[in-house]
Design a protein around this ligand. Structure first.
Ligand SMILES: O=c1ccn([C@@H]2O[C@H](COP(=O)(O)OP(=O)(O)O[C@H]3O[C@H](CO)[C@H](O)[C@H](O)[C@H]3O)[C@@H](O)[C@H]2O)c(=O)[nH]1
Length: 322
């Protein structure tokens, strides 16, 4: 097996740390770049070299010893991006422009980028394919879409080989790596905090959506399956091409179905209260992952929601504050 050296930006975060761990397990050398603004130093996998710093400054030390860059570092909270958009443009878009320039100067020709279902906005039809219209409903999605456009230009003009992976709802845990946002806004970790007794009830944001039970439907994907797609993307990337692939399981679950699954997995009652809709939430987001399967040869191994919740539950119990 040929081994390479990879730069993982945001490798102290939830998804970046899992991908870094998988690259190390495959025998590669990994450097994690993270400014620890939202990441955790302890999440950087053993065996990775760690640089505490910003992507904006990567040009100061980046060199041709890296085979590729996997770029996770970003601001990623939808609500925060609505309340205070400017840092999202400065960091997500400006930071990636600096990173692309640094890669060009260093002669690094391959990029895998964390894009998102939020680039599509409210979909006209589901499941969502990659040629669906892109009309983000919040600044977070707009900045990620802007970066996707920027990457396409870099591929066309300078021959970069790039893959953007558009994540749907990532959940679950992989070994010691799980979801720890502060504040936590994501449904599955919040539901599990209720199961742990750390929170009295979970709020269900709206029960009058045009869905079977009135609550929002999402496509949940296990973080380990998501990570695997990044390793496949590294070999699928072609000079001068920008491949965009959705990553989801193609199955939609409502908020009530997620809570019910968590009740079964944890054995706890998990009370909920119905709350107003959260601004910017589309009713239904479900991926067509046909392209990822066909182009990357991606085969998810833990597509069942109960398995995803069970792994998140194990992580939540292990890391619970006593
Ligand atoms: O306390 C909560 C939290 C969430 N929800 C609902 O649960 C669903 C899932 O919400 P999450 O916040 O877990 O996930 P999102 O679908 O909002 O977010 C996902 O998609 C976003 C883009 O749309 C971003 O990419 C984000 O990082 C990613 O997790 C949504 O319908 C939301 O309204 C609740 O009912 N109660």
């Amino acid at each position: 097996m040929s081994t390479h050296s990879y730069l993982v930006t945001g490798g102290a975060g939830y998804i970046g740390s899992v991908v870094a761990a998988r690259l190390l397990a495959a025998g590669h050398a990994v450097t994690v770049l993270d400014d620890l603004s939202t990441g955790h130093r302890a999440a950087v996998p053993d065996g990775a070299r760690f640089i505490e710093g910003r992507v904006q400054d990567a040009g100061e030390w980046l060199d041709s010893s890296y085979e590729a860059v996997l770029h996770f570092a970003a601001h990623s909270q939808v609500g925060q991006s609505v309340a205070d958009p400017e840092p999202y443009w400065r960091n997500n878009v400006g930071g990636t422009a600096d990173l692309l320039a640094a890669m060009r100067d260093a002669g690094i020709r391959t990029l895998v980028f964390s894009s998102t279902a939020a680039t599509y906005g409210e979909p006209a039809t589901v499941p969502i394919t990659e040629d669906a219209p892109t009309a983000p409903t919040n600044p977070y999605g707009a900045t990620k879409l802007a970066v996707d456009h920027m990457i396409s230009g870099e591929c066309a003009a300078h021959g970069l080989a790039a893959v953007s992976l558009r994540y749907f709802n990532v959940a679950g845990a992989h070994g010691p790596h799980g979801e720890r946002h502060d504040p936590e806004t994501h449904l599955i970790p919040l539901v599990l905090q209720v199961a742990l007794g750390e929170r009295a009830a979970v709020s269900v944001y709206g029960d009058d959506y045009p869905t079977p039970d009135g609550t929002c439907v999402r496509d949940y994907i296990h973080v380990a399956d998501l990570a695997e797609a990044h390793l496949l993307a590294l070999t699928a990337a072609r000079d001068g091409e920008h491949l965009i692939c959705n990553l989801g399981n193609g199955n939609g679950f409502s908020v009530h179905e997620v809570i019910e699954t968590a009740r079964k997995v944890t054995g706890h009652p998990i009370p909920h209260i119905t709350a107003p809709r959260r601004p910017g939430d589309p009713a239904t987001l479900v991926a067509s992952a046909a392209r990822a399967r066909e182009t990357l040869g991606w085969h998810p191994t833990r597509p069942d929601l109960a398995d995803i919740v069970a792994d998140a539950w194990e992580f939540a119990r292990r890391t619970a504050t006593p």
